[in-house]
Design a protein around this ligand. Structure first.
Ligand SMILES: NC(=O)c1ccc[n+]([C@@H]2O[C@H](COP(=O)([O-])OP(=O)(O)OC[C@H]3O[C@@H](n4cnc5c(N)ncnc54)[C@H](OP(=O)(O)O)[C@@H]3O)[C@@H](O)[C@H]2O)c1
Length: 248
């Protein structure tokens, strides 16, 4: 079978890290069951992580300039995760950052219930959508900023969107899912790191969401990862990976 690491050796390709400095770096943060599901087949909010996992997620959010979440995740939870721990708030203050990272909802349709508690949370909210999606929210106060960045075929143009986010001062993003959004970012080669918490349960179900949904990748073309760190707390394992990039 064809192996990417063989190609690396043959062509003297070097692993490269990071974004190169013209777009925000991204860290995907997800909790999954031992069998690799991020929710059950009802696609309801996933609340199977421990208090340690919640604190870990909050820590990742506290390090970010912005948080990206897909509309499906917002529809499942109705809220987002904001920084509340006093130590983390102080840390952001000392770093000269706003107390909360910007929460950026990604949605092609922008069909989101304005009654969600999310719209009453004390966080800055942006919408990343298409021209058609932007129309229904323009002129309102629910989103501080609406970015409509689309391709000729009416899809979100991720490269252009990330350049805009960089220009707007967002240097690093925490991506809180779900699997549809993460698959789009991976396809656009915009995922730099992943934190996956393996939680001690089995969910099963062919249609249950996974960290990377979308159409999937053939093994030969699958991004390779480097394990940066693995921590165990009680029955959970916290895995930190970096996506390997290659340059000749
Ligand atoms: N365990 C965890 O850590 C975790 C974390 C997050 C979510 N989840 C679970 O994941 C499930 C939701 O996953 P999901 O895959 O359905 O949701 P998702 O990725 O959050 O959202 C999918 C929606 O986001 C928008 N979107 C995503 N990629 C897009 C793209 N490339 N272009 C335009 N719009 C895009 C679309 O919105 P429109 O349809 O509005 O166009 C799409 O329908 C829920 O069950 C939730 O509980 C689990």
């Amino acid at each position: 079978m064809y192996r990417l690491f063989q190609l690396e050796a043959d062509l003297n390709i070097k692993a490269k890290v990071g974004s190169g400095g013209d777009r925000p770096t991204t860290t995907v943060v997800l909790a999954m069951s031992v069998d690799g599901k991020i929710a059950d087949t009802s696609r309801a909010a996933a609340r199977f992580g421990s208090a340690h996992d919640k604190a870990h997620l909050e820590q990742q959010v506290a390090q970010a300039d912005g948080v990206l979440l897909g509309a499906g995740t917002l529809r499942a939870y109705g809220t987002t995760l904001r920084v509340v721990q006093s130590g983390l708030l102080e840390q952001r203050q000392q770093q000269g950052k706003p107390l909360q990272p910007v929460q950026i909802v990604c949605s092609r349709s922008a069909t989101i219930d304005p009654q969600f508690p999310f719209f009453r949370q004390p966080v800055p909210r942006w919408l990343l959508t298409t021209t058609a999606g932007a129309q229904q929210w323009q002129g309102g106060e629910d989103f501080e900023r609406i970015l409509a960045v689309e391709t000729a075929t009416g899809k979100i143009d991720w490269q252009a969107a990330f350049q805009q986010l960089w220009t707007l001062g967002l240097k690093n993003l925490a991506v809180l899912g779900g699997g549809t959004l993460v698959a789009s970012l991976l396809e656009a080669d915009l995922v730099d790191e992943l934190w996956l918490t393996v939680c001690p349960l089995l969910l099963g179900g062919a249609t249950a969401p996974t960290p990377i949904d979308g159409v999937g990748l053939m093994t030969a073309l699958a991004p390779r990862l480097q394990l940066l760190e693995a921590r165990t707390i009680d029955d959970e394992v916290f895995l930190h990976y970096q996506v390997r990039r290659f340059e000749i």
